[in-house]
Design a protein around this ligand. Structure first.
Ligand SMILES: Nc1nc2c(ncn2[C@@H]2O[C@H](COP(=O)(O)OP(=O)(O)OP(=O)(O)O)[C@@H](O)[C@H]2O)c(=O)[nH]1
Ligand SMILES: [Zn+2]
Length: 287
């Protein structure tokens, strides 16, 4: 059978297939090859006579991220707030660059919109102009469930963002935590001090969401050469400069700098690009 690992706890993997979940172990051969099945993996498994499940094969991964270590993410919902915690455009641009680099779609969720004033929201609307999906939510008084379900439909999504941006509250608006896992009904043990396992919640046919602790803190160590950063800024036209390897910094006849002067590219985005460029370069040179 083929299914998807929706939860891993110790050495037990819960595999969902045809709306049924099966407890499986990974075959020893994985351990020998130092391969660990991940939550999100699509796998071939079998149920043997003793009613125990065994994962025989892991299907090719579309992608994989660390912290938490999960696989096959179709899209990330990246949570930001204007206040509590306050907006940090540099972190946003860094995060979006990472998503572009590893080629995962990302939608921006502006959470706690009740705490934001209209003028503050302008900064965030800029990302919509660049081409990112953007949804405003208020988890308590104005939760746009239809819009969110529309965004999630048919995909496996993961939630991320800094601590305190409302990720857990968001998930509790979507998911009934009394979920059934095979015959075992489990009350999810969330809360600050409980150890958490990684889990996928099924929200409908082919629609899943990872319940994850978030992975907002990361280094740009994923980009090994600053020359690749320009491809991680969606709105940069990398084809129209005088030099085709233009990094859009000091080169003459640069289309990106023209676009900046004309206001098509935002000043903060461009400045964050320069800072990230230097960070990556400095780290590379230190190696
Ligand atoms: N005003 C307002 N407060 C919210 C909203 N959503 C969540 N909160 C509050 O913000 C605080 C943090 O919410 P959480 O859902 O725990 O945030 P989190 O992103 O899961 O935080 P971590 O678990 O630390 O990663 C809580 O006190 C929530 O009650 C919202 O839409 N508006
Ligand atoms: Zn250029």
């Amino acid at each position: 059978m083929i299914g998807k690992i929706i939860k891993a706890q110790k050495e037990i993997y819960y595999v969902l297939a045809n709306d049924e979940s099966y407890m499986c172990k990974a075959r020893g051969v994985f351990r020998n090859q130092n391969i660990k099945p991940l939550v999100g993996d699509n796998v071939e498994f079998e149920i043997r006579e003793d009613n125990k499940g065994y994962i025989n094969n892991i299907l090719e991964r579309k992608n994989e991220i660390k912290r938490p270590n999960i696989a096959n993410i179709d899209q990330i919902l990246y949570f930001v707030t204007i206040k509590n915690p306050s907006l940090n455009l540099f972190n946003i641009d860094k995060y979006l660059a990472m998503c572009e680099y590893i080629n995962i779609d990302v939608a921006i969720i502006l959470s706690k919109k009740d705490l934001a004033e209209e003028k503050d929201l302008e900064f965030i609307r800029m990302y919509e102009n660049i081409g990112y999906k953007l949804i405003f939510i208020d988890n308590y008084n104005d939760f746009p469930k239809d819009k969110i379900m529309n965004l999630l439909k048919g995909k496996t999504s993961a939630v991320s963002g800094s601590s305190g941006v409302g990720k857990s509250t968001f998930l509790s608006n979507l998911v009934d935590y009394d979920i059934e896992i095979g015959s075992i009904s489990e009350k999810s043990k969330r809360g600050k001090n409980t150890t958490r396992h990684i889990e996928i919640f099924n929200l409908g046919k082919n629609t899943n969401i990872f319940d994850t602790p978030g992975f907002d803190s990361f280094d740009l160590d994923f980009i090994d050469d600053e020359k690749n950063l320009k491809y991680c800024f969606k709105e940069f036209d990398n084809k129209s400069c005088k030099f085709n390897n233009c990094n859009h910094i000091n080169e003459p006849k640069c289309k990106v700098k023209d676009d900046l002067l004309n206001g098509y590219i935002s000043k903060t985005r461009y400045e964050n690009y320069l800072t990230l460029f230097d960070d990556i370069k400095r780290r590379r040179e230190k190696w």
